[in-house]
Design a protein around this ligand. Structure first.
Ligand code: NAP
Length: 289
């Protein structure tokens, strides 16, 4: 069993770290708001540390799941960051959804110190994290992936090694690009069904088994029909992700007209006060228009 540090006990990180502990690993956690770290340690019997640097000292594997690029830089490369105490041959696994540029930057900084680095963003949401059933898209060196794989398996149902550093984040971008247009399509379909006087549950029961079916349809139609958005994947996070996608697309020559449009729709939802609403709140915007 490995000695592990986990940095960032948010909606995703808290249960993910829990699955590493349940997997028999010796886990020390760090969270910026220290009460959460103390709560986690009491619940799982692990230790907690006051800085990422102290959490990471002497550990074989250090995981992070924080907010954005700058947050990751802060918990790794700053004076109190994990890299300052990570030894040669140790491994850093970043589960944050961040840019491919950051992934390559960390890989280079890690390599210079003898630290193996993987970008390993996740998909599957809060429920996937709480059930230990996330999809994990990994970029980085093959041998580093091989040694981290058994630990990643603790919180995953699907793990793919996508290529060199940055490839995990690029795969996550594809995931978000696909979701953006899909959720808008679903919102338009439900909006239309409601206005046509159809029974939305009946409609979804029939069409979800056909070509229009999707995870979003199965898991979100009920709350969308009821106008409930206080759950799930926050609009603020989606805007961060779409910004990463659109920036990368400008660099690699991709045209993403629908993703760009849906990003604007989400900015309107933020103006409606929906920063923390689930991404399916695109329907609330249609109903307001
Ligand atoms: P969250 O609940 O807001 O948690 C964010 C965590 O990061 C908290 O522990 C927060 O500490 C910590 N943090 C943020 N900035 C920090 C900084 N500068 N220094 C130290 N700690 C910092 O977010 P989440 O939903 O777990 O999401 C985490 C990552 O996973 C994001 O990149 C998100 O895009 C991605 N993701 C989320 C979902 C989802 O459904 N939620 C799905 C897939 C991917 P505090 O507790 O002190 O605030």
């Amino acid at each position: 069993m490995a000695s592990v540090a986990f940095i960032g006990l948010g909606v995703m990180g808290y249960p993910m770290a829990g699955y590493l502990a349940k997997g028999g690993h010796d886990v020390t956690v760090y969270n910026r708001t220290s009460e959460k770290a103390a709560k986690w340690a009491a619940e799982h019997g692990g230790a907690h540390a006051p800085t990422p640097r102290q959490a990471a000292a002497g550990k074989d594997f250090v995981f992070a799941c924080v907010g954005n690029d700058d947050d990751v830089r802060q918990v790794t490369l700053s004076e109190d960051g994990a890299f300052a105490e990570m030894g040669e041959g140790s491994t850093f696994i970043d589960n944050t959804t961040a840019s491919a540029v950051l992934a390559r930057e960390l890989h280079a900084a890690g390599t210079a110190r003898g630290i193996g680095c993987l970008d390993a963003p996740v998909s599957g949401g809060q429920a996937g994290a709480e059930n230990g059933a996330l999809t994990v898209m990994v970029g980085g060196d093959e041998d580093v992936f091989a040694r981290a794989r058994p630990l990643i398996d603790c919180y995953a149902k699907m793990v793919g090694h996508m290529g060199p550093a940055g490839s995990g984040q690029l795969t996550k971008m594809v995931n978000q690009i696909c979701i953006a247009g899909l959720v808008q399509g679903l919102a338009e379909g439900i909006h239309f069904a409601q206005n046509a006087g159809l029974d939305v549950a009946k409609v979804i029961d029939v069409i979800s088994k056909g070509a229009a079916g999707s995870w979003q349809m199965e898991n979100r139609y009920e709350t969308m029909d009821a106008g409930q958005y206080d759950h799930g994947f926050a609009v603020d996070w989606m805007r961060k992700d779409l910004d990463i996608c659109l920036t990368e697309a400008r660099g690699n020559g991709s045209h993403l007209p629908v993703a760009a449009l849906v990003d604007q729709f989400y900015s309107e939802i933020q103006k409606m006060g929906g920063n923390r609403w689930d991404t399916s709140s695109l329907l609330a915007r249609l109903k307001k228009a």
